[in-house]
Design a protein around this ligand. Structure first.
Ligand SMILES: [Zn+2]
Length: 605
């Protein structure tokens, strides 16, 4: 009997892991299918309509528990003998991070339940942009960001990644806009104002996604297209031209891509993340359209989630490393296969440096892979730990067991757990049987426990380095003594390593000299500009100040703006300036970006 059989018994009643971030009682009644019918109201900044769930009953309970946040629940209905009839519901108290539980009476025979509701303009999982906040300036734009627990702010739902559900949706928008979802998007340019979607593969609720805007479509290949505002459509299609090759590469290593099409949606600059792996339609920040394909590892990352995360999913947010550690590992393997070891090594080394920074900054208990979140909001603990420490754990296993054996293990892992959600404990059991026991005395279980349950990094953790970066460091030493930099062959990665590792006592003259020779203040590469502007704050390099202002006003990707605000908050003068810029920038920032940065600029620390 294979493990996949054991797990299959639990599908439909996924009670294996306790998810403290959801009120759903999945072991009593679960909701394997959703029919969504929503109207996008830009004037009111609301979604209005109803959600209909097919019920799967696992015991005698007569109540359905759903998660909500900031929703107005209008009424609830049950389908009994093909007739909709009203039913009672109650809302619980507001919890600061979990929202409110919605308890619906479902009796003992109803097959479906329907909730009529509307969202609030302040819904944490939606952003509403005025026409002025888009590039085209003609039409408004809205999009969702549901991970980790924001689905509940736009759908009353059993908002736990331990649930898997399929969905259909009917979405009504103003006539001149196109709606898209994490589903079977049409490639038609027509804008009828009503759109039908189907997502036939069961996904966790945080992967339900929607956007509506003045979108154009350009195909890259038979199964890959870019959806974007017209201004960036051609550039994005050029930037991401390697996506079909990435899919083939990943399939060769880890088995078939199981989601039919893979399309990319380029969001407005306020999108708070680099990317979001919404199935069939990754949501992507425009800040990686760099003009030189140097930041496409982000596409490799979102694509990799089609195996790790979307196909095999963390059962709770304590297990986030199961999504992100595997995905960072697969991302780097895709980059290596397509672009060579040199580039892959540089990207791994850059990630490692970021991780070391986080390990220094975070409390020890927050550097554990199988983190104990309590009921803290999972947004508050996103760091490099689940990503890069998780990745290093897998690199470690690869080195110990050899690539051939480890690749075979991973390929089997994706097959055995396809379309399932698993916990860290389940992974450990599987790892022991399918890898450790097959080559005894290679890695002890105590070492696995150290990786998964102890803070920081084990003594013998891999320490990624890069020959290319060693050469950058040699050049830097010569340059600091007055020599010339030879940067013709440098890519974005070498520049980032160079800027991030400049000595903090670098002279004002040397800052000005660098800027004169390489126009770093004016760099249009979002990552290089970020690294330079951050150094400029530390070094009080005033010529970069206006660029810093415009950068903060035009980019909303939290990873790029938040470290700048954090640095600015360290001195009273800079803090005052940063608050002024922030207030101006705020309407263009996503609610998540607002929350994080207000804590930095107005918090008590
Ligand atoms: Zn990811």
């Amino acid at each position: 009997m294979s493990l996949s059989f054991v797990v299959a018994l639990l599908v439909g009643s996924p009670a294996q892991a306790e998810d403290v971030h959801s009120y759903a009682r999945l072991n009593q009644v679960s909701t394997p299918h959703l029919d969504l019918n929503l109207t996008v109201d830009f004037e009111a900044r609301k979604l209005k309509g109803h959600a209909t769930y097919t019920l799967a009953r696992h015991d005698e309970t007569t109540q359905l528990y759903l998660d909500t946040s900031d929703l107005t629940i209008e009424r609830a209905e049950l389908l009994v003998n093909d007739q909709w009839q009203p039913t009672k519901f109650t809302l619980g108290d507001v919890h600061p991070s979990l929202g409110r539980e919605l308890i619906v009476d479902i009796g003992s025979v109803a097959k479906k339940v329907r909730i009529h509701y509307q969202t609030a303009p302040t819904a944490s999982g939606l952003q509403w942009l005025t026409p002025e906040q888009t590039a085209g300036k003609q039409h408004p734009f809205m999009f969702s960001q549901s991970q980790p627990i924001h689905s509940r702010s736009w759908i009353p739902i059993q908002d736990s990644p331990a649930l898997r559900l399929t969905y259909n949706a009917t979405i009504t928008t103003p006539k001149d806009l196109l709606a898209v979802m994490s589903a079977d998007n049409s490639l038609s340019d027509e804008r009828p104002g009503t759109y039908e979607f189907t997502m036939p593969q069961p996904i966790p609720p945080y992967l339900i996604a929607i956007a509506a805007g003045d979108l154009a479509i350009k195909s890259i290949s038979d199964n890959v297209a870019v959806f974007a505002e017209q201004y960036i459509l051609d550039d994005a299609a050029w930037e991401f031209a390697d996506t079909p090759a990435m899919i083939e590469t990943t399939e060769a290593m880890y088995g078939p891509y199981r989601w039919d099409r893979y399309d990319l949606l380029i969001l407005p600059p306020s999108f708070p993340f680099g990317g979001m792996e919404n199935p069939r339609l990754s949501f992507i920040t425009p800040t990686v359209v760099a003009g030189d394909r140097s930041l496409v590892n982000l596409i490799a990352h979102e694509l990799a989630h089609s195996w790790s995360g979307n196909l095999v999913t963390n059962a709770s947010w304590r297990d986030l490393w199961i999504n992100e550690g595997f995905t960072s590992y697969v991302e780097n393997r895709i980059m290596e296969a397509l672009f060579g070891e040199r580039r892959a090594n540089m990207e791994l080394a850059l990630g490692y440096q970021d991780l070391l920074g986080d390990l220094e900054r975070l409390r020890p208990q927050d550097t554990v892979l199988n983190i104990d979140l309590g009921t803290r909001h999972p947004d508050d603990v996103f760091s490099q730990v689940p990503y890069v420490k998780g990745q290093l754990f897998l690199v470690y296993l690869e080195q110990k067991f050899g690539r051939e054996m480890f690749d075979k293990f991973l390929r089997q892992y994706f097959d055995d757990f396809a379309f399932q959600s698993i916990s860290t404990e389940q992974f450990k059991t599987y790892l022991k049987r399918e890898l450790l026991d097959k080559k005894p005395n290679t890695v002890a279980m105590s070492k696995i426990n150290e990786w998964l349950h102890e803070p920081g990094l084990p003594e013998d953790a891999p320490k990624p380095n890069s020959d290319a970066f060693a050469q950058v460091e040699q050049q830097m030493q010569r340059w600091l003594k007055g020599g010339q930099l030879q940067t013709d062959a440098w890519t974005t990665h070498e520049w980032l390593h160079f800027i991030n590792n400049l000595p903090l006592d670098i002279s004002a003259n040397n800052m000005a000299r660098l800027d004169r020779e390489f126009s770093l203040t004016e760099s249009q590469n979002s990552e290089i500009a970020h690294a330079w502007l951050k150094l400029a704050i530390v070094k009080k390099y005033e010529p970069a100040r206006e660029r810093l202002r415009s950068y903060l006003l035009t980019i909303g990707r939290n990873k790029l703006v938040s470290p700048l605000y954090r640095e600015l908050a360290k001195t009273p003068d800079n803090l005052k300036w940063a608050r002024e810029v922030y207030e101006q920038a705020k309407p263009g920032y996503h609610p998540l970006t607002q929350t994080v940065n207000e804590a930095l600029l107005y918090g008590e620390n």
